[in-house]
Design a protein around this ligand. Sequence first.
Ligand code: ZN
Ligand code: ZN
Length: 157
Amino acid sequence: MKDEKFIVYENPILHRENNGSDIVVTNADNVIVNAIEVPEHLYVCDFCNDDIDVQTDEGLPISVFVLNNSHALCPKCTKQCFTYDITMLDRLGWCGCCTNDKADRYLYIEKDNMHTPGARFNTQEQADWFGDMYAGFTGRELFCIQGELSEPLQQND
Ligand SMILES: [Zn+2]
Ligand SMILES: [Zn+2]
């Protein structure tokens, strides 16, 4: 599991607009047998098949965690994955195609008396979700700062 990594899509709908939204179905020999077009907002958890919320009632994007940039997971299954490897919490990648510059809840990690931005979210609810999960797994609290203290997050190449 060492190389497993979550890529965060900050704006999942924009991500689909950029990349297309076909679900490609392959058979046992990896031959494409069907491509199903799905609505851009329809994200389904690849592990448990629950729908994943990708925007708030006000239309703000909700970040989606995508394991190895290929499996979109619901918050429950995302958390489950961190139980297998908590180092993934410090190795998040942020998709460069759907950066949400309006997201202004920054979560800072304290290390050697330095604070480095580890994550950022649009909604306080999701920032709290991540912060609580991070503290629960690592015993380290994240500092949440709202504002424009923007520093680049680790981008996925
Ligand atoms: Zn799930
Ligand atoms: Zn993207």
